[in-house]
Every structure is written in structure tokens, then in C-alpha cells.
Design a protein around this ligand. Sequence first.
Ligand SMILES: Cc1cc2nc3c(=O)[nH]c(=O)nc-3n(C[C@H](O)[C@H](O)[C@H](O)COP(=O)(O)O)c2cc1C
Length: 191
Amino acid sequence: MKKVFPVAMHGWLSLMILVISSSLHPDSRSRILAQACKERLSTIGETAEVFDLAEKPLPLCDGSTAYGDPFVQELTALIQQADAVLLASPVYNYDVNAVAKNAIELTGRAWTGKVVGIMLAAGGQGSYMSGMGVANSLMLDFRCIIVPRFIYATGESFEGSRLADENIQQRVEQLVADTLRIAQALKESSA
Ligand SMILES: Cc1cc2nc3c(=O)[nH]c(=O)nc-3n(C[C@H](O)[C@H](O)[C@H](O)COP(=O)(O)O)c2cc1C
């Protein structure tokens, strides 16, 4: 007998997308990218949560008592509930910043199997592969599905507190679309 998945009846399973912003800079550009993703998700009617690590600081991971911190527990629960996570980070020393790395250390296994998209703000064009370290770690540690479309933006793409680059805006829309497509397919296949 043919198996009927819920999606066949409803057409579209609802998704929860978590956007994490990891810069602590008051005028962060990666936060503008995170916000652009959130706005795009809202425009197309998808549920999105934003967790800004500048507003909800986490303790440094000690592998022990830090896991009991209320913001750590809140973030862990949001990652667990999410169908996909969009991580916006500054490039620091050819990697995501320590805040993003620390957040991943603190939330660990909550990332298991998640679809993950990566957005980076950088000082120059030369560090465009800087997302690969965190991508590899998430793939190998937690079998995350990394969306093969990164956003990488430098200072010229911003004017004050707004994104001012049509090409980067298009990439935001593509990242959101691809993330949703992959997350939807995975959700359907396990429904
Ligand atoms: C400690 C530190 C390290 C940085 N390392 C790099 C780097 O390796 N490559 C790069 O292109 N930019 C680097 N930058 C520049 C930042 O990526 C750039 O300022 C970016 O806008 C920061 O993101 P934010 O605006 O979201 O905080 C570094 C900046 C700082 C403060």
C-alpha cells in the first residue's frame, strides 16, 4: 500500500528557522545579515527566531557548570526545536569568532542533523573560506547538513546600519530559499 505522508495532504510542513547572530560589536555587519535573513523569512511567511549573542551573553564553555546557564539552556532548546539554523558571524582570524565557537561548544549535540547556513562579515575578500572550519566541525561532529551557499560580505556592502548591496541581498534570498528547500525535504522524508 502506498504510504501517505502528512505533506501530501497539507502540501507544506511548517518549519522553524533559528537565526543566530554572534558578533558583540555594537555596529556589527554580520548582525545586519542576520536581520536581512529574518526579514526575508518573515516576508515569505516562515517562522523565524533570532538569538543575538550580544543581547544574551553566554558564559565561556567549561564543559561543566556553564551548561546550567539560563541563556545556554534557552539557546539549546531553540536549536533543538529548529529545523534549520542560520549562523551569522564576523570573520576573526580566518574563522568564525570565538563567541560563535563558544556557543557551539555549549550547545553541542542540540545541533545533531540540523541544516545549517553560514553568513560571514569580513574585513577583506581574502578570508572567504573562513566558514569551512566551523562547517567541517558541524558536519563531522554533529552530522549537520551544511547549505552549500555561503554569504560573505565586506564593508563596501553596507551603508551605516543597512545592507546596501543588491548582490548580497540576492544571496540572502538564495540562502534562505535553499535552506528552506533542504529543511523541507528532510522534514518530509522523516514525517
Ligand atoms: C580580532 C579580529 C580579527 C579579524 N580577523 C579577520 C580575518 O581574519 N579576515 C578578515 O577578512 N577580517 C578580519 N577581521 C575584520 C572583521 O571580520 C570585520 O570587521 C567584520 O565586519 C566583523 O564583523 P561584525 O561587523 O559583524 O562584527 C577581524 C577583526 C577583528 C576585530
